[in-house]
Design a protein around this ligand. Structure first.
Ligand code: NAD
Length: 262
């Protein structure tokens, strides 16, 4: 059995990586690629667009009728707009507001939706480790530093927020009560604070460093994405999962626990 997938945001950094991964992944058929309104890439061959070679599928401004699943890495506004297609949806886009997330939740009442700010296996396992360490290293100060390429729009990254939320959960608290985003001026640390800091530059794919600072020791966890392929492979696993899922809102944890492999 194979799943016909349309990549939404096909001309972007992640979109191109996804087109290539889809062409190379068993069980996935690349059936379309959606580009933004008026984008110069419309009509171009998706395989050529991602440097794979001719695929015989053209980029377009609307997903093809036959697409069974949309895999989307665009902007928050575009992502929410594409819920109108009512198709099973894998959302990798980050930076959605509370209101935009509520619209995704509403859509997930009638179609299955996977939303994850990081599709890599490593980060999703790290989240579990962070939750456990935060509980056990109760008095330690938590600081997160993330670095990304100069083109990234949202800050801090969705992944930094995911890890910060895991640390807050481990402490039995809400992230909103504990998070401090950057510091300047007179800014002493208050108890339980979770510091989150964003660095932007060059071509960094994504690095997250979370440190538990004790008085006599430090425990440091680092995740480095070496290629966007790791996110693309995770997103295609999610596509295989969502194609057979009941309506509802799912996370990467659900995908990984289901054993779906792309
Ligand atoms: P990018 O700017 O390179 O690509 C986004 C693309 O979406 C652009 O080509 C843009 O033209 C296109 N787009 C905008 N509106 C559109 C529309 N209405 N229809 C179709 N295409 C449209 O950005 P990127 O680096 O590829 O990242 C995209 C998103 O994915 C960001 O939110 C980023 O944070 C996120 N991301 C998530 C993960 C993850 O694992 N979940 C990993 C990497 C990036």
């Amino acid at each position: 059995m194979s799943v016909e997938v349309a990549i939404v945001g096909a001309a972007g950094r992640m979109g191109r990586e996804l087109c290539r991964a889809a062409l190379e992944t068993e069980g996935i058929v690349l059936t379309g690629g959606v580009v933004g309104p008026g984008a110069p890439e419309a009509g171009r061959d998706l395989g050529e667009l991602c440097g794979w070679g001719r695929a015989g599928v053209a980029a377009s401004e609307e997903p093809p009728e036959g697409a069974e699943v949309l895999v989307e890495f665009t902007s928050p506004e575009a992502t929410v707009g594409h819920l109108r297609y009512g198709k099973p949806h894998v959302i990798g886009t980050t930076g959605l507001s509370e209101e935009q997330l509520a619209r995704v939740e509403e859509a997930a009442k009638s179609v299955p939706v996977v939303i994850a700010p990081n599709m890599s296996v490593g980060v999703n396992l790290l989240r579990e480790v962070v939750r456990e360490l935060a509980a056990k290293l109760a008095g330690y100060d938590v600081e997160i530093v993330e670095a990304h390429h100069r083109g990234k729009k949202d800050a801090p990254s969705g992944t930094a927020l995911l890890l910060a939320r895991a640390a807050a959960e481990g402490r039995g608290r809400e992230l909103e009560e504990l998070a401090v985003y950057g510091r300047e001026g007179v800014a002493p640390r208050s108890e339980g604070e979770i510091g989150v800091h964003a660095v932007r530059g060059g071509s960094v794919v994504g690095e997250h460093r979370l440190t538990f600072y004790g008085l006599g020791e430090e425990v440091e966890l680092v995740h480095r994405a070496l290629s966007r392929r790791t996110f693309a492979d995770g997103a295609l696993r999610a596509a295989l999962f969502v194609a057979g899922a009941e309506p509802g809102l799912y996370s990467m944890r659900d995908v990984l626990e289901s054993g779906a492999s792309g």
